[in-house]
Design a protein around this ligand. Structure first.
Ligand code: NAD
Length: 294
């Protein structure tokens, strides 16, 4: 692939290793982060304008939708017609659609492409991308997804990538809670946790939460539970994604009772208890320590 000039904005836990992987593959990277963060192989620049001017592609990896909207407006103002804007942050569907529209109004191709795979996937180049945008925009972005990840699914028009991401994580949040409460009930019924795993992981209660990321220490494959619930995937990130799913559900009038309850529980855990900074599977010790009335 001909080397591209890529402006990368947001060099945090995820963005920095993603930018480094693109640089390692031979692209010319300019990176900007408001916190002054840098990344290996990436030329640091001091403004969004410097990252975007003359770039073939601008990629953003930012905390939330309102920051994305501000950054995108500035970047788009300095990008040329026919270039490509890729947002990899997890944001609300409306911000993704709004950003895509702003890009298209300036004749810039746009893709919303949130990821799954976490920090390990970002540094190992094994992320999964869920992409929304036109077929042409996806086709242009695909070789870059191949460098940063191992799979990219074109989910549909603008916002479809974010829709897929929040629906997946709504299932994950609810399933993790269900798995944790079942372990907690099993404990109180005197059932050994290993036996519980042996049965459920090969029965109809199986799931990624049980089989691949078991919340019980010493049971199943290695997971954050075996490391005192050090994240992994932090409870506050799950709270963020569940919040986005409920925001989207409000917008389109979808009834999501399990998602709403999962959101309320992670909110309680992160904001009112000791969940912040712990893995989202630490819902197990939280539930196991409680009785029916708390
Ligand atoms: P992070 O907080 O480490 O990185 C975000 C970076 O954006 C920070 O370095 C911050 O300084 C920078 N930033 C904020 N405002 C800016 C601005 N106006 N201009 C330039 N830079 C700005 O977060 P992260 O863990 O890298 O996550 C980034 C995104 O990826 C989030 O949307 C998150 O939900 C999503 N995500 C994270 C994970 C994970 O495991 N960490 C997994 C999947 C998706």
């Amino acid at each position: 692939m001909t080397p591209l000039t890529i402006g990368f904005i947001g060099l945090g836990n995820m963005g920095a290793p993603m930018a480094t992987n693109l640089a390692k593959a031979g692209h010319k990277l300019r990176g900007y982060d408001v916190a002054g963060t840098t990344a290996d192989g990436v030329k640091p620049v001091t403004s969004i304008e410097d990252a975007a001017t003359g770039a073939d592609v601008v990629i953003t990896m930012l905390p939330n939708g309102s920051i994305l909207r501000q950054v995108a407006a500035q970047a788009i103002a300095h990008m040329g017609a026919g270039t490509l804007f890729i947002d990899c942050s997890t944001v609300d569907v409306e911000s993704a659609r709004n950003t895509s529209e702003a890009a298209e109004n300036a004749d810039i191709l746009a893709v919303d492409a949130p990821v799954s795979g976490g920090i390990g996937g970002a540094s190992g180049g094994t992320l999964t991308f869920m992409a929304g945008g036109s077929a042409g925009a996806f086709e242009k972005a695909a070789p870059l997804f191949d460098i940063m990840g191992q799979k990219a699914v074109h989910c549909g028009d603008a916002g479809a990538g974010q829709a897929a991401k929040i629906c997946n994580n709504m299932i994950l949040g609810a399933t993790m809670i269900a798995t944790c409460e079942a372990f907690s009930l099993a404990d109180k019924l005197g059932l050994d946790r290993q036996k519980m795993f042996d049965v459920v992981s090969t029965s109809s209660g199986y799931s990624w939460s049980m089989n691949a990321y078991c919340p019980a220490p010493g049971v199943g494959p290695q997971s954050p539970a075996d490391n005192n619930y050090t994240p992994g995937f932090a409870a506050e990130l799950m709270l963020k994604d569940l919040g986005l799913s409920q925001q989207a559900a409000e917008l389109v009038d979808a009834d999501t009772p399990m998602g709403a309850l999962a959101h309320a529980l992670y909110h309680q855990f992160v904001e009112k208890e000791d969940g912040k900074g712990r893995d989202f599977s630490a819902m197990l010790p939280r539930l196991a320590a409680r009785g029916r009335d708390a």
